[in-house]
Design a protein around this ligand. Structure first.
Ligand code: 5CU
Length: 369
């Protein structure tokens, strides 16, 4: 049987945890006495003292930084290989003068983690985005010497001005030349007003379920509108959460482009490749969408040979252990079993497609093993 590969699975290396502990504003780690539990506060808007405690970050368990717990999690869920990445907000917030050194240290740490479990862990590296294009290109070139690195993770902010920022051109060229995909991941969500009044009564649901996917969708739409994929035909983008809403909205995006007098008048998009072409050529989608319907849309948009299983570990842990059926061993995470069930249902009867999404696509596309 082919291996299951998890390409959406995060880690905060211990040095990053120390960095967050040393800070006093978001992103940071702090306790809220009288509770002794350290909480990880990373999302914009999460640090409002008037909100209920569940909105104030999440408890920081060892699963966020202890790589041996990643391996236990993999074993519990039958996952053979994980491609680990630093979680949000990466190094987006660092002063430019600190970013290059921090990125190199974190990438070395993550590569060493992979090396301690040879063949079970690979990595998407981090770039010193606040330090600018030269620093990013230099780090991309340095990644060539790292045995386990298979791409880079970037937030939708890019180098601070979005993924359609022309200053990213040299970075995209370097990544394309080295055949390193960008794992594009949301963090910032939508402006708070978009969630409307009383949003803080609803925990993290609106930013995570609605904000994250829309953020990714808008980011890729901007790349398409600014001809990034026409200039960088070698660039591969792996989109978190099955592309947000891109598979569903691709037709509308294409139609709006064709009907936009201003855009057409600029002539910039005259020789552009259409949205469908880019989806099937430059874009990979993870399978972290928790439904057969969402997965079918992803497979229809980019091809079942371009959809890759993921878990989002260590986020979305079980809230209780009550679901544990046999009362022994580690509990299965609902967030993972839901994704397995969705893959089963989406490709019912087509074992080859299920196996490809569960691992075969990742092994082939990321050259694992
Ligand atoms: O639960 C969360 O806040 C998150 C997050 O911040 N990043 C992520 O990748 N998944 C869930």
């Amino acid at each position: 049987m082919s291996k299951i590969v998890d390409i959406h699975t995060h880690v905060y290396p211990p040095a990053y945890v120390e960095l967050l502990k040393s800070r006093t504003t978001v992103p940071y780690i702090r306790v809220f006495p009288p509770s002794p539990t350290a909480r990880l506060i990373i999302l914009p808007g999460e640090d409002d003292a008037s909100t209920p405690s569940t909105s104030r970050g999440r408890p920081l368990g060892a699963e966020y930084f202890d790589i041996s717990l990643k391996i236990s999690f993999m074993d519990t869920h039958g996952i053979g290989i994980s491609v680990i990445s630093l979680a949000n907000p990466w190094l987006d917030f660092l002063p430019p003068s600190e970013a290059a050194e921090a990125a190199a240290a974190i990438n070395d740490d993550i590569d060493a983690m992979c090396n301690s479990y040879p063949g079970r862990l690979y990595a998407f590296a981090t770039l010193p985005v606040s330090a600018g294009q030269e620093a990013c290109v230099a780090e991309v070139r340095r990644l060539a010497g790292m045995r386990w690195v298979r791409g880079v993770v970037l937030g939708t902010g890019g180098m601070g001005s979005g993924m359609d920022d022309p200053r990213l051109d040299d970075v995209y060229t370097a990544l394309g030349e080295m055949d390193l995909p960008v794992f594009l991941h949301p963090h910032y969500g939508l402006p708070a007003e978009a969630y409307g009044p009383r949003a803080d009564e609803y925990g993290h649901v609106l930013p995570l379920a609605m904000g994250f996917p829309m953020e990714t969708t808008i980011s890729v739409a901007r790349m398409l509108l600014s001809s990034v994929f026409d200039r960088h035909t070698q660039l591969t983008l792996l989109l978190a959460h099955s592309g947000g809403t891109l598979p569903f909205l691709a037709g509308r995006l294409e139609s709006c482009i064709l009907h936009d007098a201003h855009l057409q008048g600029t002539g910039k998009l005259r020789n552009r490749r259409d949205v469908w072409d880019v989806l099937k050529t430059n874009i990979l989608l993870d399978a972290v969408v928790y439904s057969a319907l969402g997965l079918r849309a992803a497979a229809e948009a980019s091809g079942a040979d371009r959809v890759l299983f993921g878990t989002d570990h260590p986020f979305f842990p079980p809230l209780t252990n009550e679901d544990e059926e046999d009362g022994g061993g580690e509990p299965q995470w609902l967030s993972v079993t839901t994704n397995y069930a969705a893959i089963d249902a989406a490709f019912a009867g087509d074992k080859a497609k299920s196996a490809a999404v569960l691992g075969g696509n990742a092994v082939r596309l990321l050259k694992l093993a």
